[in-house]
Design a protein around this ligand. Structure first.
Ligand code: ADP
Length: 163
C-alpha cells in the first residue's frame, strides 16, 4: 500500500491545495490530508481545526482514496503512526523552496525512510495562498474561484462577525 500525507494548515483550504491533493490521489493508493493545529500562528488561525477539517472533507468527498485528519506534533511521527512513506508538498515559487528544502532535510534527518516529494503548482494557482485569500476577503474582495464555494460563504460570515 502506497500511502502519502499532504500536510498543511489549510486556513482555509484553497483551490491550489485541492489541486495538489487531487494530483496526489492519482499517484498514491491512499492520501491522508493532515491538518496541523498550528497554534503558534500569530493571532491564531481564522478557522478552528474542526472547521478546516470540515471544509477539506467536503471538498475531497469525490476522492475515494483521500481521508482528512488533524495532527498536533511532529509530522514524521504521524507518518510513522500511519505507515506513510511519502510526504507531498506543493511548490509555488522559488520563495517556497528555501523553507521546504530545510523542512525536507530535517525530516530526512529524523527518519530516512520517509521521503518528501514536491508537486509544482499550476500557473493559475501559483499566486494563491490561504493568507492572500484571508486578506482579500477581509477587504471585501471576491475570492470565488480561489476557494470552494462553502469556504467563500464561511469567509463572508466569519469576517462579517469580526467587523
Ligand atoms: P499556505 O502556505 O497557503 O498557508 P499551508 O501551510 O496550508 O498553506 O500549505 C500546505 C501545502 O500546500 C504546502 O506544501 C504549500 O506549499 C502547498 N500549497 C499552498 N498553496 C498552494 C498552491 N496555490 N498551489 C500549490 N501548492 C500550494
Amino acid at each position: 500500500m502506497n500511502r502519502a500525507i499532504c500536510p498543511g494548515t489549510f486556513d482555509p483550504v484553497t483551490n491550489g491545495h485541492l489541486d495538489i491533493i487531487e494530483r496526489s490521489a492519482g499517484l498514491f493508493d491512499e492520501v491522508i490530508v493532515a491538518v496541523a493545529l498550528n497554534p503558534e500562528k500569530r493571532g491564531g488561525p481564522l478557522f478552528s481545526l474542526e472547521e478546516r477539517e470540515s471544509f477539506l472533507r467536503d471538498a475531497t468527498a469525490h476522492l475515494p482514496n483521500v481521508t482528512v485528519q488533524s495532527f498536533d506534533g511532529l509530522l514524521i511521527q504521524l507518518a510513522d503512526e500511519l505507515g506513510a512513506h511519502v510526504i507531498v508538498k506543493g511548490l509555488r515559487a522559488v520563495s517556497d523552496f528555501e523553507s521546504e528544502f530545510q523542512q525536507a532535510q530535517l525530516n530526512h534527518r529524523l527518519d530516512t525512510k520517509v521521503e518528501t516529494m514536491f508537486i509544482m503548482a499550476i500557473p493559475e494557482y501559483t499566486y494563491l495562498s490561504s493568507s492572500a485569500v484571508r486578506e482579500i476577503a477581509a477587504l471585501g474582495g471576491d475570492v470565488s474561484g480561489m476557494v470552494p464555494a462553502s469556504v467563500v460563504d464561511a469567509l463572508a460570515k466569519r469576517l462579517k462577525l469580526a467587523r
